[in-house]
Design a protein around this ligand. Structure first.
Ligand SMILES: C[S@@+](CC[C@H](N)C(=O)[O-])C[C@H]1O[C@@H](n2cnc3c(N)ncnc32)[C@H](O)[C@@H]1O
Length: 260
């Protein structure tokens, strides 16, 4: 190897090292910013107000093609697991304006749909006003009690807003307790950037679809029976639709516990 080649090889090595250091620093900066936003959401903001403002701003469109595709995939997979006959009683956590609630209504005996935002609840109620089997209630899933037992519980795109392992496991426990013996839990959640999902804080702040689905799957009270990405490739579709994980769990025999 000549002097020129030696010089080129070491220059490339230095560039790679600098690039890796810059990338590491950037990722740590993003992690700190994410943790700051978690701390703000957990301790310094009122979730009722936050989600009320989001609903009033009409920022989310659950009638868009990709959201509807995600809803359809969930319905198809539940039909594979539960058949096409009536699915019984369903609880939908974080129903927003009731787009998916309407889908559930035609397949269930009764749908209890709930959301923390009164504006979202009012819109869901209006959308489903012709359907006597749909009930909509304003409820904070972290604080309020789930009354009754359900054949199906849907926690779709709501778990990334539960900040901290203690709170996530508390909710997991409430959901498991509200499921009938062979009940089905359906989760969909956005996959977050790898530097957040795989951050050093992930055991105490589980965030992102992959980590949340694994955490629920590790609980003896639940048995993971289905898992897929939406879209299939597991990649974001442009800046407006984040890739999701879709997961389904059956409740284990009574006696399964939720571990801390
Ligand atoms: C991203 S939207 C999901 C809509 C729908 N589930 C779907 O997947 O198409 C999340 C909804 O959860 C609601 N939400 C967030 N935190 C909540 C909480 N602690 N209790 C009840 N609802 C909550 C928000 O108001 C919002 O309407």
């Amino acid at each position: 190897m000549g002097w020129d080649q030696d010089f080129k090889a070491s220059a490339e090595g230095i560039v790679d090292t600098v690039r890796a250091v810059v990338q590491g620093l950037t990722n740590n900066y993003r992690r700190v910013r994410y943790l700051a936003s978690v701390a703000r959401s957990r301790w310094f903001t009122d979730p009722e107000d936050t989600f009320e403002q989001i609903s009033l701003s009409r920022a989310w469109d659950y009638e868009s093609e990709l959201e509807r595709q995600r809803h359809r995939r969930v319905l198809e997979e539940v039909a594979c697991l539960r058949g096409t006959a009536n699915w019984g009683n369903a609880l939908e956590l974080g129903c927003h304006d009731g787009v998916f609630t309407l889908d559930l209504a035609s397949r269930c005996t009764h749908v209890m749909a709930c959301d923390i935002s009164s504006d979202a609840c009012a819109r869901a109620r209006l959308r489903c006003s012709a359907l006597s089997q749909v009930e909509v209630a304003r409820l904070n899933v972290e604080i309020d009690t789930f009354h009754g037992k359900y054949d199906l519980i849907f926690a779709m795109d709501i778990l990334n807003y539960i900040y901290g392992r203690d709170r996530m496991l508390g909710l997991c426990s409430k959901i498991s307790a509200a499921l009938e013996r062979d009940g089905l839990l359906v989760i969909t959640e956005c996959r977050l950037a790898h530097y957040i999902q795989d951050g050093w804080f992930r055991s105490w702040v589980p965030a992102g679809g992959d980590i949340i689905v694994d955490l629920f799957a590790s609980q003896p009270a639940l048995r993971l029976v289905h898992r897929e990405f939406h879209p299939d490739a597991g990649q974001d579709v442009g800046p407006h639709y984040m890739a999701h994980v879709i997961a389904m769990y059956e409740k284990n025999e009574e006696g399964g516990t939720i571990g801390r």
